[in-house]
Ligand binder design. Structure first.
Ligand SMILES: [Zn+2]
Ligand SMILES: [Zn+2]
Length: 284
C-alpha cells in the first residue's frame, strides 16, 4: 500500500490527538488576536514598540504555518479510488475527525494537501458528503463548500474523451456521523488539467501552471446511462478489499442515497444553498 506520509510523521490516529493538535492551534490563534490588537493600538502613539510587536506577530505566523503543515502531514490517508485503466489504488488525505479542520475548508488547497498521483490517469478528485440529517454544529472556524450530499457525476468531464468516474463510499464515517463519497475521474489519456473541475470541498482548481480556475459544473444524478456506457464504475462497498466494479446499472450500490442533490455550504453550524451547479465559470 502506498501511503505517502513524510518521513518521521506520526499520523493523527485518535480524536484525542486531534483535539490536542487543535488546542495548540487555537492557542496560537488567540495569541494572534491579542498581538494584532496590541499592534493596532500602539501603531500611532508608539511606533517603535509597535515594530517590536510586529516582529512577534511575524514569528507567530511562522509557528501557525508550521502547525498547518503539521496538520496536513499528519492527516490520515485512506483508499479513495482505484484507476479503471491501470488498477492502481488512489490513497488520498482526509480529515475524518471533524468538518472544522482545514481539509474541509475551501482555502485548504495549498501544496500541503497534494499527494503525488499514484498513476498518470488521475484527473480530478471530487466527491459528496452526506450529513445523514445531522446539524454540523462543529463548523465554526470557516466555511465548508460541498457539491452535494448524494454521489453524482459531471457530464462535461465524462465527455472529455476516454474519462471514467469511480464512486466510492468511505467505509468509516467522517466525524463519527457523516458519509463521504469520493468521486474520482480518471482519463486515458488524461485531459489537460485546465479542463478539470472543482475538487472535493474545493472552490477552485488548478491547471498545469498553477493558475486557479472556477467552474460550477452541471451535476447529474441519473447515473444509469453513464454506467451502461461504462463511464461510471464504483468500489464494492461490502468487500473489505473494495475492488473496482464496472457493472450493470442495476448493480450500482448507492442508488437510494437520500439527501441534497445540489451544492451546499456550512457556515457557523448552519447549512445554506451553494452556488447553483449550472455550468457557469469564474476565473482569475
Ligand atoms: Zn491509472
Ligand atoms: Zn474497508
Amino acid at each position: 500500500m502506498k501511503r505517502h506520509y513524510p518521513p518521521g510523521t506520526t499520523p493523527l490516529s485518535s480524536p484525542e490527538e486531534y483535539l490536542e493538535h487543535w488546542r495548540r492551534r487555537d492557542e496560537l490563534n488567540e495569541q494572534d488576536r491579542r498581538l494584532t490588537e496590541r499592534y493596532r493600538s500602539l501603531k500611532k502613539e508608539n511606533p517603535k514598540l509597535a515594530e517590536k510587536v510586529m516582529e512577534e506577530l511575524q514569528a507567530l505566523t511562522r509557528r501557525q504555518n508550521a502547525m498547518l503543515t503539521e496538520y496536513a502531514d499528519r492527516l490520515p490517508i485512506w483508499l479513495h479510488s482505484r484507476c479503471p485503466f491501470c488498477g492502481e489504488p488512489l490513497y488520498w488525505k482526509i480529515d475524518p475527525f471533524d468538518l472544522d479542520g482545514d481539509w474541509w475548508h475551501w482555502r485548504g488547497i495549498q501544496g500541503e494537501w497534494i499527494i503525488p498521483p499514484t498513476c498518470p490517469h488521475l484527473f480530478c478528485v471530487d466527491g459528496a458528503l452526506n450529513l445523514e440529517e445531522h446539524q454540523p454544529t462543529e463548523v465554526q472556524r470557516r466555511v465548508v463548500w460541498m457539491a452535494s450530499e448524494v454521489p453524482f457525476v459531471k457530464p462535461r468531464l465524462l465527455e472529455l474523451g476516454n474519462v471514467i468516474a469511480v464512486i466510492h463510499r468511505l467505509p468509516q464515517k467522517i466525524a463519527g456521523r457523516y458519509t463521504g463519497y469520493p468521486v474520482v475521474y480518471f482519463g486515458n489519456p488524461r485531459p489537460p488539467l485546465s479542463e478539470g473541475s472543482l475538487g472535493w470541498a474545493r472552490t477552485e482548481y488548478y491547471d498545469e501552471n498553477g493558475m486557479w480556475l472556477i467552474i460550477y459544473d452541471v451535476q447529474d444524478y441519473d447515473l444509469d446511462k453513464w454506467i451502461a456506457a461504462r463511464k461510471v464504475c464504483w468500489l464494492a462497498p461490502d468487500d473489505p478489499e473494495h475492488p473496482l466494479v464496472c457493472g450493470l446499472p442495476e448493480d450500482y450500490p448507492f442508488r437510494d442515497v437520500p439527501g441534497r442533490q445540489r451544492p451546499y455550504t456550512i457556515e457557523k453550524g448552519q447549512v445554506w444553498h451553494g452556488y447553483p451547479a449550472d455550468g457557469r465559470t469564474g476565473g482569475p
